[in-house]
Design a protein around this ligand. Structure first.
Ligand code: SF4
Ligand code: SF4
Length: 336
Protein backbone atom coordinates (compact mmCIF):
# COMPACT_ATOMS: atom_id res chain seq x y z
CA UNK A 1 0.00 0.00 0.00
CA UNK A 2 1.43 3.37 -1.04
CA UNK A 3 1.91 5.99 1.66
CA UNK A 4 2.47 9.72 1.27
CA UNK A 5 3.08 12.62 3.58
CA UNK A 6 1.35 16.00 3.67
CA UNK A 7 2.80 18.75 5.87
CA UNK A 8 0.22 20.11 8.29
CA UNK A 9 0.80 23.65 7.03
CA UNK A 10 -0.14 22.47 3.52
CA UNK A 11 -3.51 20.99 4.48
CA UNK A 12 -5.47 24.18 3.75
CA UNK A 13 -3.59 24.64 0.48
CA UNK A 14 -4.62 21.14 -0.52
CA UNK A 15 -8.27 21.79 0.29
CA UNK A 16 -8.11 25.06 -1.68
CA UNK A 17 -6.77 23.12 -4.68
CA UNK A 18 -9.53 20.52 -4.36
CA UNK A 19 -12.16 23.26 -4.21
CA UNK A 20 -11.15 24.41 -7.68
CA UNK A 21 -12.31 21.13 -9.26
CA UNK A 22 -14.49 19.29 -6.78
CA UNK A 23 -17.45 19.87 -4.54
CA UNK A 24 -15.97 19.41 -1.05
CA UNK A 25 -18.06 18.14 1.85
CA UNK A 26 -16.67 18.24 5.39
CA UNK A 27 -17.79 18.76 8.99
CA UNK A 28 -18.99 22.40 9.09
CA UNK A 29 -19.68 22.42 12.85
CA UNK A 30 -20.41 19.95 15.62
CA UNK A 31 -23.89 19.39 14.19
CA UNK A 32 -23.44 18.37 10.58
CA UNK A 33 -21.41 17.83 7.46
CA UNK A 34 -21.98 20.30 4.66
CA UNK A 35 -20.56 21.70 1.45
CA UNK A 36 -17.67 24.08 2.10
CA UNK A 37 -16.49 26.96 -0.09
CA UNK A 38 -13.17 27.66 1.68
CA UNK A 39 -10.71 25.61 3.82
CA UNK A 40 -11.39 27.70 6.93
CA UNK A 41 -15.04 26.57 6.90
CA UNK A 42 -13.98 23.08 8.01
CA UNK A 43 -14.82 22.46 11.67
CA UNK A 44 -11.64 21.19 13.36
CA UNK A 45 -13.26 19.62 16.45
CA UNK A 46 -12.02 16.19 17.50
CA UNK A 47 -15.48 14.61 17.48
CA UNK A 48 -17.67 13.53 14.57
CA UNK A 49 -20.70 15.72 13.72
CA UNK A 50 -24.00 14.80 15.41
CA UNK A 51 -25.55 14.02 12.01
CA UNK A 52 -23.90 11.20 10.08
CA UNK A 53 -22.51 11.35 6.57
CA UNK A 54 -25.20 9.07 5.08
CA UNK A 55 -27.49 11.95 4.03
CA UNK A 56 -25.07 12.83 1.20
CA UNK A 57 -25.60 9.38 -0.33
CA UNK A 58 -29.05 8.48 0.94
CA UNK A 59 -30.80 11.84 1.44
CA UNK A 60 -33.59 12.30 3.94
CA UNK A 61 -35.91 13.15 1.03
CA UNK A 62 -34.98 12.22 -2.52
CA UNK A 63 -36.98 12.55 -5.73
CA UNK A 64 -36.98 9.28 -7.67
CA UNK A 65 -38.83 10.81 -10.62
CA UNK A 66 -41.41 13.43 -11.52
CA UNK A 67 -44.59 12.48 -13.37
CA UNK A 68 -47.25 14.17 -15.49
CA UNK A 69 -50.34 12.40 -16.80
CA UNK A 70 -52.19 13.86 -19.78
CA UNK A 71 -54.93 11.49 -20.90
CA UNK A 72 -53.19 8.27 -22.00
CA UNK A 73 -49.81 10.02 -22.10
CA UNK A 74 -47.53 9.65 -19.07
CA UNK A 75 -44.29 11.66 -18.90
CA UNK A 76 -41.56 10.86 -16.39
CA UNK A 77 -38.79 13.34 -15.44
CA UNK A 78 -35.53 11.90 -14.23
CA UNK A 79 -33.96 13.51 -11.13
CA UNK A 80 -30.93 15.77 -11.71
CA UNK A 81 -27.40 14.35 -11.71
CA UNK A 82 -24.67 15.59 -9.36
CA UNK A 83 -23.23 18.90 -10.54
CA UNK A 84 -19.60 17.89 -9.89
CA UNK A 85 -17.43 15.08 -8.58
CA UNK A 86 -17.19 15.27 -4.81
CA UNK A 87 -14.56 14.85 -2.11
CA UNK A 88 -15.73 14.07 1.40
CA UNK A 89 -13.63 14.58 4.54
CA UNK A 90 -14.96 12.33 7.23
CA UNK A 91 -14.27 10.13 10.24
CA UNK A 92 -13.47 6.40 9.93
CA UNK A 93 -16.82 5.22 11.37
CA UNK A 94 -18.84 7.26 8.86
CA UNK A 95 -16.67 5.96 6.00
CA UNK A 96 -17.06 2.36 7.16
CA UNK A 97 -20.82 2.88 7.37
CA UNK A 98 -20.91 3.58 3.62
CA UNK A 99 -19.61 0.08 2.86
CA UNK A 100 -22.50 -1.25 4.96
CA UNK A 101 -25.01 0.82 2.98
CA UNK A 102 -23.38 -0.38 -0.28
CA UNK A 103 -24.35 -3.95 0.53
CA UNK A 104 -27.99 -2.94 0.81
CA UNK A 105 -28.25 -0.54 -2.11
CA UNK A 106 -26.35 -2.92 -4.44
CA UNK A 107 -28.01 -6.12 -3.23
CA UNK A 108 -31.07 -7.50 -5.01
CA UNK A 109 -31.75 -4.12 -6.63
CA UNK A 110 -29.03 -1.85 -8.04
CA UNK A 111 -29.92 1.64 -6.86
CA UNK A 112 -28.80 4.02 -9.62
CA UNK A 113 -29.23 7.22 -7.57
CA UNK A 114 -27.10 5.89 -4.73
CA UNK A 115 -24.57 4.45 -7.19
CA UNK A 116 -23.98 7.79 -8.89
CA UNK A 117 -23.25 9.45 -5.55
CA UNK A 118 -20.89 6.67 -4.49
CA UNK A 119 -19.04 6.53 -7.82
CA UNK A 120 -18.57 10.28 -8.06
CA UNK A 121 -17.33 10.73 -4.48
CA UNK A 122 -13.83 10.20 -3.10
CA UNK A 123 -13.72 9.46 0.61
CA UNK A 124 -10.92 10.94 2.73
CA UNK A 125 -10.97 9.59 6.27
CA UNK A 126 -9.18 11.45 9.04
CA UNK A 127 -8.14 9.35 12.03
CA UNK A 128 -9.63 10.17 15.44
CA UNK A 129 -6.92 11.26 17.87
CA UNK A 130 -9.45 11.79 20.65
CA UNK A 131 -12.32 9.30 20.38
CA UNK A 132 -15.32 10.33 22.46
CA UNK A 133 -16.62 8.63 25.56
CA UNK A 134 -19.36 6.68 23.78
CA UNK A 135 -17.30 5.37 20.81
CA UNK A 136 -16.96 1.59 20.68
CA UNK A 137 -15.74 1.09 17.08
CA UNK A 138 -13.03 -1.38 18.18
CA UNK A 139 -15.73 -3.75 19.48
CA UNK A 140 -17.36 -4.03 16.04
CA UNK A 141 -14.27 -4.45 13.87
CA UNK A 142 -13.29 -0.80 13.45
CA UNK A 143 -10.63 1.48 14.87
CA UNK A 144 -9.93 5.23 15.23
CA UNK A 145 -7.75 4.86 12.10
CA UNK A 146 -9.81 2.23 10.28
CA UNK A 147 -9.36 2.29 6.50
CA UNK A 148 -12.67 0.61 5.61
CA UNK A 149 -14.57 2.68 3.07
CA UNK A 150 -11.74 5.21 2.65
CA UNK A 151 -9.94 6.10 -0.58
CA UNK A 152 -7.34 8.04 1.42
CA UNK A 153 -6.66 7.76 5.14
CA UNK A 154 -5.03 10.74 6.83
CA UNK A 155 -3.41 10.07 10.19
CA UNK A 156 -2.29 13.24 12.01
CA UNK A 157 1.35 13.03 13.12
CA UNK A 158 3.21 15.80 14.92
CA UNK A 159 4.07 17.93 11.89
CA UNK A 160 2.42 16.11 9.02
CA UNK A 161 -0.39 13.84 7.95
CA UNK A 162 0.52 10.28 7.09
CA UNK A 163 -1.56 9.54 3.99
CA UNK A 164 -2.46 5.97 2.97
CA UNK A 165 -3.49 5.66 -0.67
CA UNK A 166 -6.17 2.98 -0.69
CA UNK A 167 -7.83 3.02 -4.11
CA UNK A 168 -7.60 4.38 -7.65
CA UNK A 169 -9.84 7.27 -6.62
CA UNK A 170 -7.46 8.06 -3.78
CA UNK A 171 -4.50 7.89 -6.16
CA UNK A 172 -6.23 10.28 -8.56
CA UNK A 173 -6.79 12.75 -5.74
CA UNK A 174 -3.08 12.70 -4.84
CA UNK A 175 -2.15 13.16 -8.52
CA UNK A 176 -4.50 16.14 -8.68
CA UNK A 177 -2.28 18.01 -6.17
CA UNK A 178 0.94 16.01 -6.55
CA UNK A 179 3.32 18.87 -5.69
CA UNK A 180 1.92 19.14 -2.16
CA UNK A 181 2.67 15.54 -1.21
CA UNK A 182 5.95 13.79 -0.51
CA UNK A 183 6.86 10.14 -0.07
CA UNK A 184 6.24 8.94 3.47
CA UNK A 185 9.42 8.10 5.41
CA UNK A 186 9.97 4.90 7.38
CA UNK A 187 10.00 6.96 10.57
CA UNK A 188 6.55 8.38 9.72
CA UNK A 189 5.20 4.89 8.92
CA UNK A 190 6.38 3.66 12.33
CA UNK A 191 5.05 6.75 14.12
CA UNK A 192 1.67 6.20 12.50
CA UNK A 193 1.51 2.56 13.64
CA UNK A 194 2.40 3.54 17.22
CA UNK A 195 -0.16 6.34 17.26
CA UNK A 196 -2.94 4.10 15.99
CA UNK A 197 -2.20 1.82 18.90
CA UNK A 198 -2.41 4.77 21.31
CA UNK A 199 -5.70 5.99 19.76
CA UNK A 200 -7.17 2.50 20.09
CA UNK A 201 -6.25 2.53 23.79
CA UNK A 202 -8.30 5.71 24.20
CA UNK A 203 -11.52 3.89 23.28
CA UNK A 204 -13.00 3.51 26.73
CA UNK A 205 -16.07 1.46 25.92
CA UNK A 206 -16.14 -2.17 24.98
CA UNK A 207 -18.81 -4.71 24.20
CA UNK A 208 -18.04 -8.34 23.49
CA UNK A 209 -20.03 -9.29 20.40
CA UNK A 210 -18.56 -12.75 20.01
CA UNK A 211 -21.41 -15.25 19.49
CA UNK A 212 -23.85 -12.40 20.08
CA UNK A 213 -26.01 -13.34 17.08
CA UNK A 214 -26.79 -16.74 18.60
CA UNK A 215 -27.55 -15.17 21.97
CA UNK A 216 -30.17 -12.75 20.68
CA UNK A 217 -33.36 -14.52 21.65
CA UNK A 218 -36.41 -13.17 19.83
CA UNK A 219 -38.74 -14.48 22.56
CA UNK A 220 -36.69 -13.34 25.54
CA UNK A 221 -38.73 -11.44 28.17
CA UNK A 222 -35.74 -9.16 28.69
CA UNK A 223 -36.58 -6.91 25.73
CA UNK A 224 -39.55 -5.50 27.62
CA UNK A 225 -37.48 -4.62 30.69
CA UNK A 226 -34.66 -3.08 28.63
CA UNK A 227 -36.67 -0.78 26.42
CA UNK A 228 -39.95 0.08 28.13
CA UNK A 229 -38.86 3.74 28.46
CA UNK A 230 -38.39 4.19 24.67
CA UNK A 231 -40.65 6.98 23.34
CA UNK A 232 -40.36 6.14 19.61
CA UNK A 233 -38.64 9.45 18.84
CA UNK A 234 -36.53 7.75 16.10
CA UNK A 235 -33.42 9.78 16.96
CA UNK A 236 -31.36 6.60 17.27
CA UNK A 237 -32.27 5.49 13.76
CA UNK A 238 -32.12 8.86 11.99
CA UNK A 239 -28.70 9.69 13.49
CA UNK A 240 -27.34 6.20 12.90
CA UNK A 241 -24.91 6.16 9.94
CA UNK A 242 -26.00 2.64 8.98
CA UNK A 243 -29.81 2.67 9.46
CA UNK A 244 -31.36 2.79 6.02
CA UNK A 245 -35.11 2.14 6.22
CA UNK A 246 -37.15 4.24 3.81
CA UNK A 247 -40.66 4.76 2.57
CA UNK A 248 -41.75 5.70 -0.96
CA UNK A 249 -44.61 8.16 -1.44
CA UNK A 250 -46.18 10.14 -4.24
CA UNK A 251 -46.33 13.89 -3.53
CA UNK A 252 -48.73 15.92 -5.66
CA UNK A 253 -51.92 14.67 -7.23
CA UNK A 254 -52.71 11.75 -9.56
CA UNK A 255 -52.00 13.92 -12.64
CA UNK A 256 -48.77 15.65 -11.62
CA UNK A 257 -46.24 15.20 -8.89
CA UNK A 258 -43.12 13.47 -7.68
CA UNK A 259 -42.38 10.02 -6.39
CA UNK A 260 -40.06 10.48 -3.42
CA UNK A 261 -38.00 8.32 -1.09
CA UNK A 262 -38.09 9.41 2.56
CA UNK A 263 -36.23 8.15 5.60
CA UNK A 264 -38.36 5.89 7.75
CA UNK A 265 -37.66 4.13 11.02
CA UNK A 266 -38.42 0.76 12.58
CA UNK A 267 -38.87 2.67 15.85
CA UNK A 268 -42.21 4.08 14.70
CA UNK A 269 -45.57 2.49 15.36
CA UNK A 270 -46.66 2.94 11.72
CA UNK A 271 -43.58 1.37 10.12
CA UNK A 272 -44.94 -2.18 9.87
CA UNK A 273 -48.64 -1.46 10.36
CA UNK A 274 -50.94 -2.84 7.67
CA UNK A 275 -54.70 -2.49 7.22
CA UNK A 276 -55.28 -5.71 9.15
CA UNK A 277 -52.33 -6.22 11.46
CA UNK A 278 -49.67 -4.54 13.59
CA UNK A 279 -46.85 -7.05 14.03
CA UNK A 280 -44.73 -4.73 16.21
CA UNK A 281 -47.24 -3.14 18.52
CA UNK A 282 -44.97 -2.46 21.54
CA UNK A 283 -41.84 -0.38 22.14
CA UNK A 284 -39.98 -3.53 23.07
CA UNK A 285 -40.91 -5.34 19.84
CA UNK A 286 -39.70 -2.37 17.79
CA UNK A 287 -36.44 -1.91 19.68
CA UNK A 288 -35.86 -5.69 19.47
CA UNK A 289 -36.19 -5.44 15.69
CA UNK A 290 -33.50 -2.75 15.58
CA UNK A 291 -31.07 -4.86 17.63
CA UNK A 292 -31.88 -8.14 15.87
CA UNK A 293 -31.39 -6.49 12.48
CA UNK A 294 -28.04 -4.97 13.47
CA UNK A 295 -26.56 -7.95 15.26
CA UNK A 296 -28.25 -11.02 13.80
CA UNK A 297 -30.13 -10.53 10.48
CA UNK A 298 -27.63 -8.25 8.71
CA UNK A 299 -24.57 -10.26 9.90
CA UNK A 300 -26.27 -13.42 8.60
CA UNK A 301 -26.67 -11.85 5.16
CA UNK A 302 -23.44 -9.87 4.92
CA UNK A 303 -20.98 -11.18 7.50
CA UNK A 304 -20.61 -8.09 9.69
CA UNK A 305 -22.64 -6.04 12.15
CA UNK A 306 -24.95 -3.28 10.97
CA UNK A 307 -23.23 -1.00 13.49
CA UNK A 308 -19.90 0.82 13.35
CA UNK A 309 -19.82 1.73 17.05
CA UNK A 310 -20.06 5.50 16.51
CA UNK A 311 -22.00 5.94 19.76
CA UNK A 312 -24.46 8.51 18.37
CA UNK A 313 -27.51 6.50 19.47
CA UNK A 314 -26.11 6.55 23.01
CA UNK A 315 -25.25 10.26 22.98
CA UNK A 316 -28.60 11.50 21.73
CA UNK A 317 -31.26 9.08 23.01
CA UNK A 318 -33.43 11.36 25.18
CA UNK A 319 -34.33 8.41 27.42
CA UNK A 320 -30.75 7.34 28.07
CA UNK A 321 -31.02 3.96 26.36
CA UNK A 322 -27.47 2.73 25.78
CA UNK A 323 -27.03 0.11 23.05
CA UNK A 324 -23.86 -1.27 24.66
CA UNK A 325 -25.69 -1.80 27.98
CA UNK A 326 -28.58 -3.45 26.13
CA UNK A 327 -26.24 -5.84 24.32
CA UNK A 328 -24.45 -6.66 27.56
CA UNK A 329 -27.74 -7.32 29.36
CA UNK A 330 -29.02 -9.55 26.53
CA UNK A 331 -25.82 -11.59 26.68
CA UNK A 332 -25.87 -11.91 30.46
CA UNK A 333 -29.53 -12.96 30.43
CA UNK A 334 -28.76 -15.63 27.80
CA UNK A 335 -25.97 -16.98 30.02
CA UNK A 336 -28.60 -17.40 32.74
S1 SF4 B 1 -26.36 1.53 16.22
FE1 SF4 B 1 -25.69 3.34 17.39
S2 SF4 B 1 -23.48 3.01 17.72
FE2 SF4 B 1 -24.11 1.60 16.08
S3 SF4 B 1 -23.68 2.73 14.18
FE3 SF4 B 1 -25.84 3.14 14.73
S4 SF4 B 1 -25.79 5.05 15.93
FE4 SF4 B 1 -23.68 4.25 15.83
S1 SF4 C 1 -33.54 7.45 20.60
FE1 SF4 C 1 -34.11 6.31 22.48
S2 SF4 C 1 -36.26 6.94 22.91
FE2 SF4 C 1 -35.80 7.54 20.78
S3 SF4 C 1 -36.54 5.76 19.55
FE3 SF4 C 1 -34.33 5.42 19.96
S4 SF4 C 1 -34.29 4.16 21.83
FE4 SF4 C 1 -36.36 5.05 21.68
Amino acid sequence: MEAKTLRRDRFSLWIAELLRDYEVIAPRDELAYGRIEAPEEIWRGSDKPHRPLKEFFFPQRETLFGYQVDGAKVTLDQPPHLEADRVVLTRPCDAAALTILDKVFFWDYQDALYREKRERTTIVSIACEQPCETCFCTSVGGSPADIEGADLMLAPLEESFHVQVLSDKGKALIEHSEALFGASTEKENQQRALLEDAWRQRIGREVDIQNLAEKLDFDSPIWEALTEQCIDCCICTFLCPTCHCFDIQDEGDPLEGERVRLWDSCATRLFTKTAVHQPRATHASRYRQRIMHKFQYYPKNFGRTLCVGCGRCIDYCPMGIDITAVLQAVKEYAHG
